[in-house]
Design a protein around this ligand. Structure first.
Ligand code: F3S
Length: 279
């Protein structure tokens, strides 16, 4: 069985940057998981004493708080600063951008449409930057959009990990119905490059392994793209989840990984496939 990795896969610029910031800071706390990958969070704890905190009230003066890649809500950031906590911002610049756009456009009176998952931390953070004078809606589909009555002037952004084709459907719908639509393409290239490479590889493979956190939105998205082209596509977090049956009578195993997956995890999995399942 041939093993082929996608042209573009794994750790993006924002994740690498956040991990470096955490390693350099040491002895600190991240507010919420730094990235969506539990193994990496455990490694940072063990090797650098960077611990995870999920409760804002646990932070005390003298603590160092690292803001995760997906960002946090505006009022939470304010609260940390007011408590005189040293805040180290590891928010990915591609997430800071939509936060700024939402703040500016809502201040200019545009209703805000966010194409994303309401419960995702990135979206909760981005939404929190909207001024309360305008309507801000979070949608995943045109059906969702139909539930709202929006003003003539609308600004639209997307969650960084969303699919471009779906974003185009939303913008297309808005443009046909509103006098002024300001479209900001906030989908990040890392996601897009990983997605198109995964799609190309899934077309030519008869089994696909997608590596990444099961709570990671972009990893789940990669799995769906792979499943569109290759029915034997599996999402795993570690080499222990690999199953013998997946590789039986297969000619090519394609490998891709989500944007929060560090290289050391990917290497471990590829090695296990090579040594154990590559007949
Ligand atoms: Fe940033 Fe894009 Fe990665 S938004 S965290 S570079 S997937």
């Amino acid at each position: 069985m041939k093993i082929k990795v996608a042209q573009s896969y794994g750790s993006c610029f924002g994740v690498k940057r956040a991990i470096k910031i955490a390693e350099d800071t040491k002895n600190s706390y991240t507010y919420g998981p730094l990235i969506h990958n539990n193994q990496e969070i455990t490694r940072l704890d063990k090797q650098y004493n960077v611990k995870l905190r999920t409760n804002l009230s646990d932070f005390k003066i003298g603590d160092k708080a690292i803001v995760r890649t997906h960002g946090i809500e505006k009022n939470e950031l304010k609260e940390l600063k007011e408590k005189n906590i040293e805040v180290i911002d590891a928010t990915c610049p591609f997430v800071t951008k939509p936060q700024q756009i939402v703040e500016q456009m809502s201040n200019h009176g545009y209703d805000i449409v966010i194409f994303g998952d309401e419960e995702h931390p990135e979206i909760k953070g981005v939404k929190s930057y909207a001024s309360s004078n305008v309507q801000t809606v979070v949608v995943v589909s045109i059906d969702d959009l139909k539930k709202f009555y929006l003003k003539d002037r609308v600004a639209v952004i997307a969650q960084t990990t969303k699919r471009v084709d779906q974003f185009l459907k939303i913008t297309n719908y808005l443009i046909r119905r509103h006098k002024e639509v300001r479209v900001f393409n906030t989908i990040c290239n890392a996601t897009f490059d990983n997605q198109s490479a995964a799609s190309d590889l899934a077309i030519e493979s008869d089994v696909m392994i997608v590596i990444g956190g099961k709570n990671s939105s972009n990893t789940k998205q990669l799995l769906n793209i792979c499943l569109d082209h290759c029915k034997d596509s599996y999402l795993i977090e570690s080499e222990n989840e690999l199953e013998y049956n997946w590789f039986k009578n297969k000619k090519q195993c394609g490998i891709t990984a989500g944007a929060s997956t560090p290289d050391w995890i990917i290497e471990k999995i590829i090695n296990k496939i090579k040594t154990t399942y590559s007949y």
